[in-house]
Design a protein around this ligand. Structure first.
Ligand code: HEC
Ligand code: HEC
Ligand code: HEC
Ligand code: HEC
Ligand code: HEC
Length: 236
């Protein structure tokens, strides 16, 4: 600053002589919070911003969302059918699993629109009337090179559907299907939690999750398959 500027500044101050000097209360005078506060605040803001990016925005970018072609109410239908789950998801004569039901299994009750529900109308008009199968999105779909057998788990090991699928079978509505943009896997396989934390057995179904249970249960420890090579139990 030049002396002239200093002089100007001084005179500018002189022009407001009536303004009383700010009162310094005893508490602010003793509190030395001039610099620490803002630094901590910036740290917290920065942390919050990166947490939001990491936990909210990144997962949203990582997963594309698809709605099921028709919503389906499991809870409602379980009350209406005779054999509960097995009315729609059953083992065929050869031991293979029927999986997701075909149109033929719905038609006896939905030849035409019976109720008020717009999802039923959509189902009947778009699929039943045109004799077109509903392209259901399979949350648990594994890649082609993985062999999985429901008979081994449900019949032999007497496992509950919930262990691997969670509570879809009792739900009133089908959740949104989320597909990992990089791996192409469904989120049900790749994992609900971005940090990899697993609270329930159905939160994730990657190779390690299958293998972890097989290890715990001693699957194939003594069988021919183990001697031939563990990989071929699940990869054909
Ligand atoms: C009236 C027929 C019907 C009955 C009864 C029924 N389901 Fe379903 N279920 C469906 C249809 C349709 C889907 C297709 C939705 C989809 O793509 O997931 C489905 C999907 C599922 C899926 C998801 C598979 C996946 O990975 O996408 C599970 C798990 C399931 N059902 C379990 C059950 C259980 C457990 C019961 C008995 C408590 C049951 N279902 C009873 C019709 C039925
Ligand atoms: C035992 C008879 C029965 C069978 C089998 C059945 N439904 Fe239903 N469904 C009903 C009844 C009853 C309702 C409730 C009244 C209505 O909306 O028609 C209903 C409602 C619906 C609805 C509207 C409510 C909802 O779930 O979102 C849809 C969609 C539907 N059914 C699809 C299907 C599909 C797909 C299948 C075959 C996998 C099927 N239903 C098999 C009897 C049946
Ligand atoms: C040990 C885990 C496990 C158990 C227990 C299990 N599932 Fe599955 N389920 C899977 C896996 C893994 C797939 C995917 C298979 C694939 O993509 O080849 C699957 C696929 C399915 C599908 C979709 C199949 C298709 O391609 O249409 C349905 C429906 C289903 N399961 C229903 C059930 C029901 C109902 C039960 C209980 C009676 C059950 N599952 C028990 C692991 C399991
Ligand atoms: C919660 C436990 C559990 C999970 C999760 C599990 N399994 Fe299993 N699996 C078993 C048990 C127990 C058996 C043995 C069944 C029997 O033969 O008594 C078995 C058997 C098998 C078999 C038949 C092996 C043989 O020698 O006949 C295959 C294949 C298999 N599992 C694949 C898979 C795949 C793929 C996954 C993951 C998508 C998976 N399993 C997840 C418990 C599990
Ligand atoms: C208990 C069942 C099981 C066994 C045993 C197993 N796998 Fe897997 N493997 C899976 C499943 C399920 C997937 C798909 C999910 C994933 O990528 O984690 C997979 C995926 C893979 C992939 C990735 C394939 C892709 O398309 O991205 C490779 C590579 C692989 N396995 C190699 C092996 C090798 C090598 C062994 C033997 C040391 C082995 N697996 C044993 C279940 C198994």
């Amino acid at each position: 600053m030049t002396t002239e500027e200093l002089a100007n500044e001084a005179s500018a101050k002189d022009q407001q002589p009536t303004t009383p000097p700010p009162e310094i209360s005893p508490s602010t005078a003793t509190d030395d919070n001039g610099s620490g506060g803002p630094i901590i605040l910036f740290f917290i803001l920065g942390l919050a911003a990166s947490l939001i990016v990491g936990w909210v925005i990144f997962p949203q970018l990582l997963y594309s969302q698809k709605k099921q072609p028709v919503d389906f109410n499991h809870a409602l239908h379980n009350e209406l059918v005779e054999d509960s789950c097995e009315s729609c998801h059953f083992f065929r004569e050869d031991g293979s699993y029927s999986g997701v039901p075909k149109l033929a299994q719905c038609i006896e009750c939905h030849e035409e629109v019976n109720g008020e529900d717009p999802e039923e109308a959509k189902f009947v008009n778009a699929y039943v009337a045109n004799n077109r199968e509903v392209p259901w999105l399979i949350y648990s779909r594994q890649p082609q090179n993985v062999f999985f057998s429901h008979a081994a788990h449900v019949k032999m090991a007497e496992m509950d559907c919930v262990t691997c699928h969670g509570h879809i079978g009792e739900s009133e509505s089908l959740k949104v299907y989320e597909e990992n943009r990089i791996s192409g896997y469904s989120r049900d396989i790749w994992g609900r939690n971005i940090a990899g934390i697993k609270r329930n057995s159905w939160d994730r179904m990657k190779m390690d999750d299958c293998a972890e249970c097989h290890r715990n249960e001693g699957v194939n420890q003594n069988s021919v398959q183990t001697l031939r090579g563990g990989c071929f139990v699940c990869h054909h």
